[in-house]
Design a protein around this ligand. Structure first.
Ligand code: ATP
Length: 344
């Protein structure tokens, strides 16, 4: 297996800078999620690592060896595309064995490796079928088996689960994680699904306009983002702006919000960290806001409130009674440690 290093890599298409001076290390054996809105450069970065594109600037190393100018077939990469790209006229076993045949392996060795790959993705009895005789989830498994059967150093996945419906997707997330752990391969996957990135990755990088905005473990990026973009992109966030003081933000109306950062112009508070209508513990931040709506969704309910002309969202337990009518003034409280300082 191998560590992948991208240093100052840029790629332009005409007037568009698809990837803009990105520097990132993908740890050996790690599961890295590349997240970002449409057009942020995720696929281009993956294609640069694969070797389908060459960078205009910067360096690319796989397992310590420079590969920026080495073609795709010599990089020892396994790739799964969004649409799987299986050969329709070949059986499952032939699809999986294609790369082995190209690599010049004999029939006995091919059979043994194909059987092992089929067992890994739990499709032992499906080798003779054609792709059109498989479900979407099974096709996904075949694509995965085909990508890893040749023993690549790095596995690249481009929106691998986006064609599946929700329940199948969740099942395949668990499978993907299991397979990745079992073979311990360095894996980089592209998604625009925040929850999927949080579930699967042990590190996440957020891209915007070709630039890396932030990078880190999912829990850290979610609970302690350092930019407004990451805070809002990775889940819902209430942003408060004001006058920066050391560890305190003063809002226009004079309300002071305490936090554990330095002097910053913005703070973010997650909806689930807001306590509504109860006497708050000593030292918590408090704002008064007017209820505008309540959306019940079973386990939780989302409250919408107006705070000085801006919307605030708070999540409460679905079962929590709320006697207040729209327009009622409510006390919202949140702990200083849940008041996240943002640099920009
Ligand atoms: P999506 O989530 O929609 O797939 P993405 O984050 O993967 O988006 P990219 O596909 O990497 O984004 O595209 C980044 C930018 O580069 C976009 O503006 C896109 O139009 C442009 N781009 C990508 N590939 C090419 C190409 N071959 N020729 C011209 N422009 C391209």
């Amino acid at each position: 297996m191998a560590e992948v290093r991208v240093s100052g890599v840029s790629k332009r298409f005409g007037g568009v800078t698809a990837v803009d001076a990105v520097t990132l290390t993908f740890a050996d054996g790690g599961f890295f999620g590349l997240l970002g809105p449409s057009g942020s450069g995720k696929t281009t970065l993956l294609r640069l690592i694969a070797g389908f594109e060459f960078p205009d600037a910067g360096a690319l190393d796989i397992g310590g060896a420079p590969v920026a100018r080495i073609p795709v077939e010599r990089r020892r990469i396994g790739m799964v595309f969004q649409n799987y790209a299986l050969f329709p006229n070949m059986s499952v076993a032939e699809n999986i064995g294609f790369g082995l045949r190209v690599a010049g392996l004999g029939p006995a060795e091919r059979r043994q490796k194909i059987a092992a790959a089929l067992a890994l993705v739990r499709l032992e009895d499906f080798g003779a079928r054609r792709p059109h005789q498989l479900s979407g989830g099974q096709r996904q498994r075949v694509a995965l088996a085909r990508a890893i059967v040749t023993g690549p150093k790095v596995l690249l996945l481009d929106e691998p689960l986006s064609a599946l419906d929700k329940s199948l997707r969740e099942e395949m997330q668990v499978e993907l994680k299991r397979i990745q752990r079992e073979i311990g391969i360095t894996t980089i996957f592209v998604t625009h699904d925040q929850e999927e990135a949080l579930t699967l990755s042990d590190r996440i990088g957020i891209l915007r306009d070709g630039k890396l905005v932030e990078e880190g473990p999912p829990e850290t990026l979610y609970t302690r983002p350092s930019s407004r973009f990451a805070a809002e992109f990775l889940g819902a966030a209430n942003i408060f702006e004001g006058q920066a003081g050391d560890g305190a933000l003063t809002l226009k109306d004079g309300t002071v919000l305490r936090h554990d950062g330095g002097a910053v112009p913005l703070v973010a508070v997650r909806p689930e960290n807001i306590v509504v209508g109860e006497a708050p513990p000593e030292g918590w931040n408090i704002v008064r806001a007017h209820l505008t709506g309540r959306l019940f969704s079973g386990a939780t309910a989302a409250l919408r409130l107006d705070f000085q002309g801006r919307e605030i969202r708070a999540t409460i337990a679905g079962a929590q009674p709320l006697a207040h009518a729209p327009g009622a003034a409510l006390t919202l409280a949140f702990a200083p440690e849940h008041t996240v300082p943002l640099a920009e």
